[in-house]
Design a binder for this molecule. Structure first.
Ligand SMILES: C[S@@+](CC[C@H](N)C(=O)[O-])C[C@H]1O[C@@H](n2cnc3c(N)ncnc32)[C@H](O)[C@@H]1O
Length: 222
């Protein structure tokens, strides 16, 4: 794994990430065939709240969308990589996958009961993550639930090589645990469950953090 801040510039990161995943759709998809860790726990919260409409943010090959659809949830996947969208559509033709940027979400307020962001917020720069969380709050219905998984460690951002794709680099935002917890609280999400996993096998050498959080009531105007 290589990480540094001397690689490509931080301008237009969404396009750079999309291009990375266009180049690496095949290898990413082959090595990521299982639904996300703790996805069943996330879906249990939705069942309790009778929430059905799920946005899969940065849906990649569509494995999570396919799994949630098989559990009778109504899923829309969105991803900025054309090749990932093509792959997901061909594998799950019965699910709606939209080509789009999670920094410019084309949904109106209260559109979803829940949002799954499995290793997708890691591709947003630190200056933009707050505004994206504010938008996620907006498009979630009251009491909605969000799942997110991120790489965590000492807070940094830069370009890294995945051990399975050593010749290429992708932008990653590595969160300190208190950083992502603070961001969620600042944007009025209340954490209801949290797990950590140490890196194992050929993965990025960071602890993985999984958070399930609930949208809290909007602030009352004075
Ligand atoms: C690490 S993959 C995760 C894919 C899937 N969620 C999973 O858990 O396997 C990150 C995905 O986020 C997508 N992505 C990165 N930046 C994006 C952006 N700004 N808007 C939409 N999708 C983005 C990438 O194209 C890629 O498919």
């Amino acid at each position: 794994m290589k990480g540094d801040n001397d690689g490509p510039s931080f301008s237009n990161i969404p396009a750079k990430s999309a291009s990375y995943y266009d180049r690496n759709t095949q290898s990413y998809s082959e090595s990521n065939q299982n639904p996300a860790d703790f996805i069943d726990e996330f879906l249990e919260y939705l069942q309790k709240g009778k929430g059905k409409a799920v946005l899969d943010l940065g849906s990649g090959p569509g494995i999570n969308a396919g799994y949630m659809h098989s559990r009778n949830f109504q899923v829309i996947g969105i991803d900025l990589s054309e090749k990932m969208i093509e792959y997901a559509r061909s594998r799950y033709p019965h699910i709606e996958f939209r080509l789009g940027d999670m920094t410019k979400l084309p949904f109106s307020a209260n559109s979803f009961d829940s949002i799954l962001a499995s290793y997708s917020l890691i591709h947003l720069t630190k200056d933009i993550i707050g505004s994206v969380l504010a938008r996620l709050y907006e498009i979630l219905r009251q009491g909605g639930v969000i799942y997110l998984s991120v790489q965590c460690g000492n807070s940094t951002q830069g370009f890294f090589s995945h051990p399975l794709i050593p010749s290429d680099q992708v932008f990653l935002n590595i969160f300190a645990k208190e950083e992502i917890v603070g961001l969620l609280s600042e944007h009025r999400f209340e954490i209801i469950s949290q797990h950590e996993k140490l890196p194992h096998g050929k993965v990025f050498n960071f602890t993985k953090l999984f958070i399930i959080a609930k949208k809290t009531e909007p602030l009352q105007q004075a």
